[in-house]
Design a protein around this ligand. Sequence first.
Ligand code: NAP
Length: 328
Amino acid sequence: MERTSDYKVIVIGSGPAGCTAALYLARANFVPLVLEGIQPGGQLTITTEVENYPGFPDGILGPKLMDLMRQQAERFGAIFKMEQVEKVELRSHPFVITTDSREYEAQAVIIASGASAKQIGLPSEKELMGFGVSACATCDGFFFKGKEIVVVGGGDSAMEEATFLTKFASKVTIIHRREEMRASKIMQERAMKNEKISFLFNSTIDEIIGTKEGGVTAIKVRNVMSGEVSEMKTQGVFVAIGHTPNTAPYAGQLELDDKGYLVLPHRHSTKTNIEGVFACGDVVDHIYRQAITAAGSGCMAALDCERWLAHERITERWDLPKGEEDRV
Ligand code: NAP
């Protein structure tokens, strides 16, 4: 596999954390390479309106916000490549990052690989994913015009997805395994006020019934209090039950917590347990998980990285990537 050693800093991930880290590094003349992954822009590209990102009093669409962040980093020289990281070697220096198309060597790495939507874990969910089962209302909502559908989950994602889906569906039922919801009050109230949305509490899905040809036709719902299982007609299932951190390539090298999130062992620092490797955004954060906190930690990672490179005097023995000299 072809190996490139032109980049001093590689940023893995292109959500708010990765883009902000790239912006700061680019403005410091580092010409960072951003490996965007298979979902450039990260989770915000599959969300709708973002109303809580400061600076946008009227709200902004998630994909638009990410496009602007990317443009801002590119303006100062950051390079974005749509490649997925498959393997890393962080135990020797320079670090080696292997993507689906090539190998890269880098002096420093910032991991901002985010988190991915969780699945319920049913065989029928897996089989019918894309055939009536979805984890992305923004992507698939359009296909459920005039249909009756269900959304699984009791967090902000479930409320947001359900509310968005009422633009298309004739009826949306939120199925949640408990009676209390984790979602913020404002999002709960918005969903509750929506006439097209109803709630089914203390319930889980045992099976999704349907075929790839005909889509989803029904679900088997279990009442967790009584144990009773009943069949409910539905034409779509949207799963919105949280996220899993994207840390598979780092296991065994970087410290992970019991949920698989990267651990930052130093207080007030984005340094990982390996010198020269930093992490930021949702891949380290299972508490706040907001675009703005991700962006803030991306800035911190860039500054920590810059200081580390200066401390190691790596900046002094570095030439700009070949063909990129005119970028800065
Ligand atoms: P979350 O807050 O972790 O909620 C996940 C929900 O799914 C919980 O209600 C959980 O039930 C349920 N769940 C988890 N595993 C399940 C399973 N196997 N079967 C059935 N139900 C299951 O995740 P989220 O809603 O994705 O939100 C994540 C973060 O993003 C939050 O901080 C949220 O505020 C933020 N967010 C913000 C916005 C916005 O402001 N526009 C939109 C989306 C997300 P339990 O409660 O019983 O555990």
